[in-house]
Design a binder for this molecule. Structure first.
Ligand SMILES: Nc1nc2c(ncn2[C@@H]2O[C@H](COP(=O)(O)OP(=O)(O)OP(=O)(O)O)[C@@H](O)[C@H]2O)c(=O)[nH]1
Ligand SMILES: [Mg+2]
Length: 709
């Protein structure tokens, strides 16, 4: 974001929408490569916002402005690009389709009131696409389907529509049908509501009546099905009867009912659109502005007050209490922190104080925070470019700069009435990546950059492991890790990645005894301490027990705790490979003291020496952490998942069918050594074509098998 200009020839200044009824917030959702970013570019060109259409492959689009997006040639973050048509401001919200960035998609859906679900007309509907559709369904997002890339040699609109219906249900119905010319290229569209032909074969797009042709029957059947689909959702219950009795329903009624049907979320019109040839762009703009719900039809999220008590019930009212949410945080090298904000209630204006609060993301390294700050300027973002606007009303999106405490998921409200919006559900990052500063001088820069990075990206979790002394970045997958590392490096820190270490434990495999003698009596104040210890293994998870079995005062009682302290210190450092020792009982059975030369320090040393001797004689076993893993996989991949778990030394604890939200799936619970899970996030995805998901949590320690030590 910020002042960087993508050089697409931005035309004109931004206009602030004065009224929520004249705003449409539309997320573009769909699988990676479907053509969402390219479609944004085409729509911005059509609307006259930009004068040069950028390209994803050349890295010149408005929405893919992040350097990582340019390098990966796909979107890596949510981006906003507005255009205005017939006095309606449409905020296009481009989201990434790649699975690593599902957190960005969820943020985009939070900012949106409806979605354009973009699929490539030449591809089928795969499991990853269905998962994205379900992301929309989970938040009740109204959506239309765009069949994109019509110029693709394998593009097939009718079978594309059939595939969408099969995957997404019978609420999916075409609004336009393609007209093909020579070589099967799509040259125009027939509007099933208007009954008109839009001919794109020339320089201008004349609109004509549909000529009589062999297609008339097919078009009429599709039109009848569409109209029935639309009026089934109408509030006017007599409409269906009238239609079935042969009455011609006027277009205005159909358009109103279409909008209502889309807004309810059960009806999904399909539009064939081609960014490359321009076919369908005008029709798409009309559907967005006339057929899509405004923010007024989307109930704002519930809010609480700072003390957790319920807040006011919000309405999408520019004069209501201010409640806005940060859906993205970017750090720009020129302007600093840029917060992309969705206003739910009230109006954001320049030169006003605001309250910024973030609660509920502490386990991701976002401590709860509250601060009064000041909005200097309000901007309308166009990709990375910021254009100043005089206000941003409820229902609109804007960018704010220099809110130093604002993090993604935070609430912006009125300092006189601080409110909190509960953030959306963020995905769990499960791919650990360990990083180190390249040199001493990079360390400070790295820690500074990390804090900024974490503030912007709640899909990243930072861990400073106290045992392995590693800095671990938990990412969503390799593509997300690439973005994270790129941002860290762009902040000026030279960093290296290293293998993630898993902290092990040591224990005694069999009882042992140890004799500790620390005697130094040559001149001055001497040191004298002797102790005898018996070490016994304890069951897993028992920890450490110390037993005093001294009889007859062989060691004065004040030195018994000293021995224990020495033993504990040595256990913490480990006795074999430097890992802490656990699950042992150490009994102090005998010893000797000197009336003058014995001391606390001497007995600590003797205790440690006795442990070392016991370890030298006894058998030490290494223990590794085992995690309890829960995998949710479609039944057809179950065999693969189970086979893979066993190859990872996993022990299956049980399987059960997935719940009703996940029909045809199985949940597998297994115990798997943590060392075998370091790349599971990537490997499970590739084994199941991205259809399975998993969670993990520490369970217990178990011995490392002999052959792997
Ligand atoms: N020929 C042709 N190519 C297209 C069209 N739309 C997109 N492309 C190309 O398809 C590729 C993917 O397009 P994107 O717009 O990046 O796809 P996306 O849906 O944004 O993908 P993600 O950002 O990864 O989710 C790019 O190389 C585009 O140039 C189209 O209508 N015609
Ligand atoms: Mg994209």
């Amino acid at each position: 974001m910020g002042t960087k200009n993508t050089d697409n020839g931005h035309a004109g200044a931004a206009v602030a929408a004065p009224d929520p009824a004249r705003i449409r917030n539309v997320a573009l959702v769909g699988p990676s490569g479907a053509g969402k970013t390219t479609l944004c570019e085409a729509l911005l060109t059509t609307a006259g916002v930009i004068t040069r259409t950028g390209s994803v492959t050349e890295g010149t689009t408005v929405c893919d402005h992040d350097p990582a997006a340019v390098r990966q040639q796909r979107s890596v973050a949510v981006a906003v690009a507005p255009f205005t048509h017939e006095d309606v401001k449409v905020n296009l919200i481009d989201t990434p389709g790649y699975a690593d960035f599902v957190g960005e998609l969820r943020a985009g859906l939070r900012a949106a009131d409806a979605a354009l679900f973009v699929v490539c007309a030449a591809e089928g509907i795969d499991a990853a696409t269905v998962a994205l559709w379900q992301e929309c369904a989970a938040v009740g997002m109204p959506r239309a389907v765009v069949l994109a890339r019509l110029d693709h040699p394998r593009a097939a609109v009718e079978s594309g529509i059939a595939a969408c219906r099969a995957a997404f249900g019978s609420g999916v119905l075409p609004l336009y049908l393609p007209v093909t010319g020579r070589d099967n290229a799509v040259t125009g569209l027939v509007g099933l509501v208007s009954g008109r032909l839009y001919d794109y074969s020339g320089a201008r797009v004349p609109v004509a009546d549909v000529p009589d042709s062999g297609d008339a029957e097919r078009i009429e059947a599709a039109r009848a099905e569409l109209i029935e689909g639309i009026i089934a959702e109408s509030e006017d219950e007599s409409l269906m009867d009238r239609y079935l009795a042969g009455e011609e329903i006027d277009q205005a009624t159909l358009v109103t009912d279409l909008e209502r049907a889309v807004a309810r979320g059960s009806f999904h019109p399909v539009l064939p659109v081609c960014s490359a040839t321009g076919v369908g762009l005008t029709e798409l703009v009309q559907v967005l502005t006339r057929g899509f719900p405004s923010p007024l039809e989307h109930r704002p999220p519930r809010v609480t007050r700072a003390d957790g008590s319920p807040g006011p019930v919000l309405a999408v009212d520019p004069d209501g209490p201010l409640a806005a949410e940060v859906v993205r945080t970017a750090v720009d090298s020129y302007v600093g922190r840029v917060s992309l904000v969705r206003v739910f209630s009230g109006t954001l204006r320049p030169e006003r104080p605001v309250h910024v609060s973030g609660h509920g993301l502490a386990e991701r390294g976002h401590e709860d925070h509250d601060a009064d700050e000041r909005v200097a300027h309000v901007y309308s973002p166009l990709g990375s470019a910021l254009r100043e606007v005089p206000f941003c009303v409820a229902g609109d999106l804007c960018a704010l700069t220099k809110l130093s405490s604002a993090e993604t998921g935070d609430t912006v409200s009125d300092p006189a009435q601080p409110l909190l919006v509960t953030p959306w559900e963020m995905p769990e990052p499960l791919l650990p990546v360990a990083v180190v500063a390249h040199s001493r001088s990079d360390e400070d820069t790295l820690s500074r950059n990390l804090a900024k990075l974490a503030a912007g990206d709640p899909n990243l979790r930072l861990e400073r492991n106290a045992e392995t002394h590693q800095l671990v970045l938990w990412c969503m997958g390799e593509a997300h890790a690439d973005v994270v590392l790129q941002r860290l490096r762009a902040g000026g820190a030279e960093i290296d990645t290293e293998e993630v270490r898993v902290p092990l434990r040591e224990t005694f495999a069999a009882p042992a005894t140890g004799h500790g003698r620390h005697v130094k009596q040559s001149g001055g104040h001497g040191q004298y301490a002797v102790c005898d210890l018996v070490v016994e293994p304890l069951p897993r998870g028992a920890g450490f027990e110390f037993v005093d079995r001294i009889v007859g005062g062989a060691i004065p009682h004040q030195f018994v705790p000293s021995v224990e302290k020495g033993v504990r210190a040595q256990l913490g450092k480990g006795l074999h490979s430097g890992y802490p020792m656990v699950d042992v009982r150490v009994s102090l059975v005998d010893g000797k003291a000197h009336s003058v030369d014995s001391s606390d320090a001497a007995f600590q040393t003797a205790g440690a020496l006795a442990m070392k001797e016991a370890a030298a004689q006894g058998r030490i076993t290494l223990l590794e952490p085992l995690d309890e893993v829960e995998v949710l996989a479609p039944d057809e991949h179950l065999g693969t998942v189970l086979g893979d778990l066993s190859a990872r030394r996993g022990r299956v604890l049980g399987t059960e069918p997935g719940d009703e939200d996940h029909p045809g799936t199985t949940i597998v619970r297994a115990e798997v050594p943590a060392t075998e899970l370091l790349r599971y996030a990537i490997e499970l995805r590739s084994l199941t074509s991205g259809t399975a998901s998993f969670t993990r949590r520490f369970s217990h320690y178990d011995p490392v098998p002999e052959h792997r030590r």
